[in-house]
Design a protein around this ligand. Structure first.
Ligand code: BJW
Ligand code: ZN
Length: 285
């Protein structure tokens, strides 16, 4: 910790690269954690691919509305706040996140780069125009399952459905079929503004992230398994261009091989301690 803090305090250009683990302590589930990860309960092929949306738009839209409700009710944790504190203290700092929640922004980070899009930026699946965000959906519960459930604003409706195959959301609080709103321009189905498997990352975001990684002198990678590409290249690009890489994660990851320092532990504990050790501030905010 002392070594990482000294490196951070001296660095002039820092990239903080984050994944789902930084939001775990806010109650937003990760994807691949052994017991709690989303992909342990849900089948990514049925929910996080363009084919899945084409096959069953209401299933996919409903699941993402549940995710948006969960993220909307979450609060930034001490890890997000510490990231914003790093940004405030380092001359040039860039936050690059794979997360689709807005917890970095809500903790005070300025314009984090979202490599995998956002739950808050739906767009038309046909013409790609941005679509208005429906009112935040209520977290589903058994009582809202009735066929008489009132329509949601934004054109979406809740409907009770027959039982679903395993690996898909069910009626017990993790989403259900909700018909997506229609595009005001072409009437195409509106889709979540996230990047699914097999889709290209937003090119401006990816270019900005690669540029920041290749110019930084320290990259802090936090709460990512480092398994999903091309995002997982970002710490590797930094290392290739000579930056020091510090990793914060309670578990081993493939990025251990790239990291000069591995800080094993949860982000909401390790990051505030790192900020205190680097700058001596008791309160990173
Ligand atoms: C804590 C903690 C705490 C816990 N504190 N830490 C074979 C080889 C290489 C690549 C491929 C391949 N086959 C297919 C591919 C490509 C594919 C890919 O990489 N697949 C791999 C899984 C193998 N990539 C793509 O498809 C990408 N697109 C692409 O390649 O396009 C090519 C193309 C070019 C041009 C035209 C067209 C196409 C797109 C990838 C999109 C990923 N999308 C998702 C879903 C986003 C929407 C949604 O939210 O639903 O993004 S998948 C999911 O994984 C999500 C995440 O951003 C991403 C990364 O996950 P992350 O954040 O690392 O989370 P976890 O759960 O994996 O890890 C959490 C970590 O936190 C763990 O390490 C814990 O220990 C730790 N942790 N608690 C700190 N408290
Ligand atoms: Zn449209």
């Amino acid at each position: 910790m002392r070594e990482a803090a000294a490196l951070l305090a001296q660095a002039r250009r820092v990239v903080v690269f984050t994944g789902a683990g930084i939001s775990a302590e806010s109650g937003v589930p990760t994807f691949r954690d052994a017991l709690t990860g989303l992909w342990r309960s849900f089948d990514a092929r049925r929910l996080a691919t363009p084919d899945a949306f084409r096959d069953d738009p209401a299933l996919v839209w409903g699941w993402y509305e549940w995710r948006r409700a969960t993220a909307g009710r979450a609060r930034p944790n001490a890890g997000h706040v510490a990231v914003a504190a790093i940004e405030a203290r380092v001359p040039h700092a860039v936050v690059v996140t794979q997360n689709v929640d807005d917890l970095h922004e809500r903790a005070g980070s300025v314009a984090p780069i979202h490599l995998h899009g956002s739950l808050s930026a739906p767009r038309c699946s046909a013409c790609a125009r941005p679509a208005p965000l429906p009112a935040e959906p209520p977290l589903p519960d058994a009582t809202s399952l009735s066929a008489e459930a009132p329509p949601l604003s934004g054109g979406a409706t809740l409907r009770a459905e027959p039982p679903l195959p395993s690996g898909t959301p069910d009626e017990h609080g993790d989403g259900r079929r909700v018909a997506p709103p229609r595009c005001a321009h072409c009437a195409g189905p509106v889709r979540p503004g996230v990047v699914w498997f097999g889709e290209a990352l937003p090119s401006a975001a990816l270019e900005a992230a690669v540029e920041a990684a290749s110019a930084c002198d320290l990259l802090l990678t936090v709460g990512t398994s480092g398994l999903v590409y091309p995002a997982a290249e970002i710490p590797r690009v930094a290392a290739r261009f000579g930056a020091l890489v510090v990793q914060v994660n309670p578990e081993e990851t493939p990025l251990d091989a790239v990291a000069d320092v591995n800080l094993r532990g949860p982000a909401a504990q390790v990051l505030p301690a790192l900020v205190r050790a680097a700058w001596g501030a008791a309160d990173p905010a």
